[in-house]
Write a new protein. Structure first.
Length: 165
């Protein structure tokens, strides 16, 4: 059974990598598994989520990691899988408050992308790091994570270590 699960995950990753995330789909698909939560919540709540994350980061002395993407995006799903790798999950939990920001079909939260210097034209996922006061420390400008097929979990680990503060 474990081998079957691993095969399904690998097949899903391959499909996600082939799909790419530079263009929004014609229709946003539902999550594949019933009851499975979408990675990126309703885009309307992004500003409140960021405000809550900044408050939490201030109390816990952490940084805020904004993850711009869409539920339709295969590369975004791969990044989430890499975030869940044991080393990365531990780094995230100790040092960051993660906020997924839904860009919809490149028609939501465009103001937030502009505010945090995220070039959505280069594709998603795209990351920004804020200090607890909301000061932008890093914005992905060179499409570092837009093509997760060229990135491995160790690259995500290096990024998290570099910006943890």
């Amino acid at each position: 059974m474990r081998a079957l699960s691993k095969s399904i995950v690998l097949a899903s990753l391959a499909c996600a990598l082939l799909a790419g995330c530079r263009q929004a789909p014609e229709e946003t698909p539902e999550p594949e598994e019933p009851g499975r939560a979408a990675i990126y919540p309703d885009g309307a709540q992004a500003k409140q989520d960021i405000a809550a994350a900044l408050a939490q980061a201030g109390k816990e002395k952490k940084r805020v990691l904004l993850d711009f993407g869409g539920n339709w995006c295969g590369d975004c799903q791969v990044l989430q899988i890499y975030f869940q790798a044991p080393a990365n999950r531990a780094l995230l939990e100790r040092n960051y408050v993660l906020v997924p920001v839904n860009v919809g079909k490149y028609d939501e939260n465009l103001d937030l992308a502009a505010q945090y210097s995220i070039p959505l034209a280069r594709g998603v996922p795209a990351l920004a790091v804020l200090d607890p006061s909301g000061q932008l420390l890093y914005s992905q400008r060179n499409a570092e994570f837009e093509s997760m097929g060229k990135v491995d979990p160790a690259s995500v680990t290096a990024f998290l270590l570099q910006w943890k503060g």
